[in-house]
Every structure is written in C-alpha cells, then in structure tokens.
Ligand binder design. Structure first.
Ligand code: TXA
Ligand code: MG
Length: 318
C-alpha cells in the first residue's frame, strides 16, 4: 500500500523493505547496516544471492565512507552526474556487507535524483540498498501502483510520481591500470557523456559485454506477453507477418499489439516499461511487436532502450 513520508521513514528504521521512487525506476529499499533487512530484499523479490545490489546515498554522504578506493575520475564523474542515473563500481570497505555485493570485492554506488528519496535517506542517516522493485527477471516498475500490484499490496510504497527517466541507471567500472572505464549497463548517462569527462583524464570508455555485470542475464525485464523485437524500417504487420511470428514463437493465434518507440530515446525510455505492462495486460492473448529502425541499433543515445528491448524480447529479428 502507498504510505506517507513519516511512515515510510519508520519502515526503513525498523529494518523493513520499502518501495522508493527514483528518477530511473522504483527501488525496493532496505537499510544497509542490517543483514536481516537486506535479506528481506532478496526474499521479497525472489532474487538469487549472486545478483549484487546498488547502494543509494543522499547528496551529503561521501562515497569514500563505504569504499577503500575512490579514483579521481569517479570524483569528477559524480560532480557532474550526481545526483543522477549513474552507478559507479568501486572497491568496498568493511562497512559493506557481502550480501550487498554477492561476495564480490566491489560495490555499486549511486545518488538518486529524486527529492523525496534524497530526503528519506538523509533522514535515515544510513544509505539504502535498492534493486528495482519487481519480482526477479520481470519488468521494472516506473509508477507507485506498479510496485503495489507487483507484490500484491504486501510492500509499503512511498509515491513519488512517475519516474522521469524510466530505465535503470548506467553502471560503470574503472580499471586504473588500463585506464579504461567500462559501461556494464547502458542508461541515461550515455557513452558520449562519460567520454566528455574521461578524455580529461586520458581514460578510454568501452562498452562491456552484456554478461560482464553479474545479474545482467540475457533474459530479463520480461513482461507477461511474448515480445518480438524487429530491426526494420516497416511500421506495420500484415496478416502473413503475424502468422509467421506465431509460428516462430510456437504460440498463437495472438492478439498483436504494435509498440512504436522511435520518437526520441528519452521519451522511449520513459514510457517503455509502463507500455509493456499495459500492452501485456490488455486482451486475451496479447503479443507485442516492436519495430525499431536498423540505424538506431548502434546509436549511442539509443543504447539504453535497445539493451532493455533485447532483454525483454523472446524473439529478435534483424
Ligand atoms: O536505476 C537503478 O540502478 C535502479 C534504481 C532502483 O536505483 N536499481 C537497479 O538495481 O536497477 P538492480 O538490482 O535491478 O540492478 C543492479 C545491477 C546488478 O544486476 C548488476 O548488474 C549491477 O547492477 N551491479 C551492482 N553491484 C555490482 C557490483 N558490485 N559489480 C558489478 N555489477 C554490479
Ligand atoms: Mg532490476
């Protein structure tokens, strides 16, 4: 159920999980200084322990308090992009539980750009760990009511309105010996944005392979209805096309809905998850067809959308 700020703060203080708004997607938050609270994140989401959690700080908190090394380039990046949709992976210190990092030596940190959540973490005085507030492998929530329905009303949620970015934060790591920044998960902070800072440090920016980050499973973000992603400049399906797709999926007949995304990457990202939810819940046997112009496939600004579509799709056609 949706609760007020003061109640929400008490939920976190008491070591319970809370749905929180961020600029990217809603998170399922718990205070990081309680192992019991952290375990509730995994049990609520049915999330495997091998998938590490992102730690969320408020603006006055210093990432150096939870890390054993904080590269100069990270400092420059957070001065530019925090609070905002950028998660930085850095060597953790002893204050970070192995539950958060899945036993890895590094932790992911970010400061979300949402006034209510900033105020909440600040009042708590302790960072919160927060994965996206969906069942493991499912579509991330971008509105408070998505979180309520995802967990059948059992999880309290602080309503901060619809998420303006709509897809999860950009995740990066840094290799100080090679002087390389790697994008482990594309997001609203693009490669070009990162290069604008990295070039001042003589650091290269590379795209990671999709499996480089733990938890970046290929099949992820999957809505209830089958999704077909097709790189094409055609915007409609003929009756023959539909039959063809049903044969390929081994399902049917399906009630085909067309999801057009190629207006602008920012708009596409903002609406993507909520549209996938709406379309997969409408009708008796829906199938979702998403045509994307082939020229967008490798465009920097579109990577956050293309990546999520590829993971949501049960079939990709070129
Ligand atoms: O925008 C976001 O980042 C949202 C909101 C709620 O802040 N959170 C989010 O969390 O997307 P989650 O749990 O759905 O995704 C976390 C992913 C992991 O699956 C993994 O790919 C990467 O971030 N990650 C976290 N910690 C890591 C670490 N220590 N090393 C490598 N990758 C890590
Ligand atoms: Mg997630």
């Amino acid at each position: 159920m949706v609760i007020e700020f003061q109640k929400a703060l008490e939920v976190l203080q008491n070591g319970e999980v809370l749905g929180i708004p961020t600029e990217t997607v809603y998170g399922l938050a718990a205070r990081i200084d309680s192992e019991d609270a952290l375990k509730k994140i995994f049990s609520t989401k049915q999330r495997p322990f091998f998938d590490p959690l992102i730690v969320h700080l408020s603006s006055e908190m210093n990432p150096r308090s939870w890390t054993s090394a904080w590269p100069e380039i990270y400092q420059a990046l957070i001065e530019k992009f925090w609070p905002g949709p950028l998660t930085l992976i850095a060597p953790k210190n002893e204050r970070i539980s192995d539950l958060i990092t899945s036993g890895l030596p590094d932790v992911g940190l970010r400061s979300p750009d949402h006034a209510l959540t900033q105020k909440l973490i600040s009042a708590l005085g302790i960072p919160v760990a927060a994965p996206s507030a969906n069942m493991f492998g499912k579509t991330s929530p971008t509105r408070a009511d998505h979180v309520v329905s995802e967990f059948g009303g059992t999880v309290p949620v602080l309503d901060g309105g619809p998420c303006p970015v709509g897809v999860e934060s950009t995740v990066i790591s840094f290799d100080p010996t090679q002087k390389v920044l790697t994008v482990l998960r594309p997001g609203f902070v693009s490669k070009a944005d990162l290069i604008s800072i990295a070039e001042k440090f003589n650091v290269r920016v590379e795209s990671g392979t999709s499996q480089a980050a733990p938890g970046q499973l290929k099949a992820h973000y999957q809505p209830k209805a089958p999704v077909v992603l097709q790189f094409t400049d055609v915007g409609e399906l003929t009756a023959k096309d539909k039959k063809n797709l049903e044969e390929k999926l081994g399902k049917g007949p399906l009630d085909w809905k067309v999801l057009k995304v190629d207006v602008s990457p920012a708009l596409a990202a903002r609406e993507l998850y909520s549209q996938l939810r709406v379309l997969s819940e409408g009708g008796a046997n829906p199938g979702i067809w998403i045509p994307v112009h082939p020229k967008l496939k490798n465009e920097d600004a579109w990577q956050m959308v293309v990546d999520r579509l590829q993971r949501a799709a049960s079939l990709i056609l070129y």
